[in-house]
Design a protein around this ligand. Structure first.
Ligand code: MN
Length: 353
């Protein structure tokens, strides 16, 4: 954690920021170890202060090591005082704050010039350290096992919600604290909806079933997708499945540090285009993940930034034939110097149950 603070101060210096206000609660957790709903962090060259309230103070004092911890429900007034004492007239802040919060800053921090910043802490969070990787790996193991167990549970006659609840419950039984997002269980024609949240639809023999789910383990997420077939699979569905799988695997074979963002998206997309299904792959290839299930980087077709060692990225190509069915296969990849390591290890061969 100390290293994270040192790196952040370097970035502050590069941007000529003498004081930085952090309000994103996950960024606060990343820097301090404090996890709560009331937290504000101020960092200057000499001081680092976490301001919370009385509900959290005992906990905060026990977990936060390198920060001054203050309890005050009026955090911005505390910030104003510190800036005044330190003779600082400028405050950088995270540009994701609400308009209402910005107006409160203007009112309480009168005379202080407010400088919006983007991705200062998120930029650090993009590269995972060993502890973070081990935690994400555990989250992935839990979702892998839940998927394997669900294969015995899924039968014609069950509803999508029953399957989603099964997955969610199994992941909690194995030590996860929550799901990463509302579990997607989309069967039959609904599998053509990339984000078909579980519904009361009954799963029937002959349905494709796409399950996109993940868990939160010690604050870090997993995010995986598998498509399986109930009872039988048609030739066209099998062809689409093999195409999506080939795209997913082409990226696994090619991904390594130094690859441009546009290639990270382009390599698997070309596999689908060459098979004639280009127009039916309607979303991006993936995203970064960690404390958030969607975090930088994202992959635009023109971006020439390079992926880096220590990024954890999803590889999730899909093909969706509206009104008929769809396929998506999603893995979580750790980028390394020479390639990538697959963190989600649930089977990917075409499964008919
Ligand atoms: Mn995803």
């Amino acid at each position: 954690m100390e290293q994270r603070l040192t790196k952040l101060r370097q970035k502050m210096a590069e941007g000529h920021h003498s004081a930085l206000l952090i309000t994103n609660l996950k960024n606060i957790y990343y820097l301090t170890g404090f996890w709560g709903t009331a937290g504000t962090v101020l960092i200057t060259a000499e001081r680092q202060v976490l301001i919370t309230d009385d509900r959290y103070i005992t906990y905060a004092q026990s977990v936060v090591k390198d920060f001054e911890v203050v309890s005050d429900r009026d955090a911005l007034s505390v910030v104003a005082e510190i800036l005044k004492d330190s003779r600082l007239a400028e405050l950088a802040f995270e540009d994701e704050v609400s308009v209402a919060y910005y107006q409160a800053m203007q009112a309480v921090l009168e005379g202080v010039s407010l400088v919006p910043t983007a991705d200062l802490v998120m930029g650090l969070r993009m590269i995972k350290d060993e502890t973070e990787i081990a935690t994400i790996q555990r989250a992935c193991q839990i979702s892998d096992q839940a998927f394997l167990d669900a294969l015995d549970f899924i039968k014609p006659g069950k509803t999508e919600l029953e399957v989603a609840n099964f997955l969610d419950f199994r992941m909690r039984e194995m030590g996860s604290e929550a799901v990463s997002f509302d579990t997607i269980a989309a069967s039959g024609y609904r599998s053509a909806m990339p984000h078909g949240r579980a519904s009361n639809k009954v799963i029937e023999a002959g349905d494709a079933l796409t399950l996109d789910f993940g868990c939160i383990y010690n604050h870090y997420v997993s995010d995986m997708t598998r498509t399986i077939y109930v009872g039988s699979v048609s030739d066209e569905e099998a062809e689409i499945y093999q195409t999506v799988l080939a795209a997913n695997q082409a990226l696994i074979a090619a991904a390594k540090a130094g690859m441009e963002y546009r290639e990270f998206d382009g390599v698997p997309r070309r596999v689908i285009e060459e098979a004639g299904y280009g127009p039916y792959f309607t979303h991006g290839i993936g995203h970064g993940m960690g404390l958030d299930v969607h975090e930088i980087p994202y992959f635009r077709k023109t971006a020439t930034d390079q992926i880096q060692t220590g990024m954890v990225l999803t590889d999730e190509p899909g093909i969706y034939l509206e009104g008929k069915y769809g396929v998506r296969i999603e893995d979580d990849l750790l980028i390394t110097e020479t390639g990538c390591k697959i963190l989600t290890l649930a089977p990917k061969e075409l499964i008919v149950i």
